[in-house]
Design a protein around this ligand. Structure first.
Ligand code: IMP
Ligand code: MG
Length: 183
């Protein structure tokens, strides 16, 4: 059986560190969204593991929804995105919280925010588990309202994050050995 751990250079965040941060964020978000019945929008697919853990620490009634966005094929550098699957809830006048796995260049979040704002929610906030501010594209002024961990500029996998669709099921967040993506 292939062992995925051998491709990891360094464990950046252990399962314990991940869960303690989620508990901390959960207390803040529970207070923020008490009696607001928020729509919690997950941006697929990377967010699924964080999403499942996070919603169980938000201890107030809420509605779950998802969006799936992607870059136009063959246009990686242009940063043009499209909605592959939209939210199903009518979010007009609702309090919306976006959950994201990682805030990197900011292309995905900027696009998601613009898309959801056009539906006129009562409020729109962003909670990202990881933030890599060094990678932000010039011109992106968007900021996350809630951040789990700010991390250095390294390619990380696990806890939902992938490299070529692999490693999403690692229970921790690790830095991938460069030779894995250079080969
Ligand atoms: P953006 O560059 O902020 O638009 O981030 C786009 C997407 O790139 C994220 O939602 C992740 O799926 C992916 N991504 C960015 N940085 C990493 C990383 O370090 N590891 C794995 N996926 C990443
Ligand atoms: Mg990805």
């Amino acid at each position: 059986m292939e062992n995925m751990d051998k491709d990891i250079q360094q464990i950046l965040l252990t399962e314990e560190q991940i869960q303690s941060k989620i508990a901390e964020l959960g207390k803040i978000l529970t207070e923020e969204y008490a009696d607001k019945n928020p729509v919690i929008v997950g941006v697929l697919k990377g967010v699924v593991v964080f999403y499942a853990d996070m919603i169980r620490q938000i201890k107030t009634p809420c509605q779950l929804d998802f969006m799936w966005i992607s870059s136009y094929a063959g246009a990686n550098s242009s940063g043009k995105m499209l909605v592959r699957q939209d939210v199903t809830a009518d979010i007009k006048g609702r309090h919306v919280l976006i959950l994201e796995d990682i805030f990197d260049t900011g292309n995905s979040l900027s696009f998601t925010v613009e898309h959801l704002l056009s539906k006129e929610p009562a409020s729109l906030k962003i909670c990202t588990f990881l933030d890599k501010p060094e990678r932000r594209k010039p011109g992106v002024t968007l900021q996350a309202d809630y951040v789990g961990y700010t991390i250095p500029n390294a390619f990380v996998v696990g806890y939902g994050l992938d490299y070529n669709e692999k490693y999403r099921n690692l229970p921790y967040i690790g830095i991938l050995k460069p030779e894995v993506y250079e080969k």
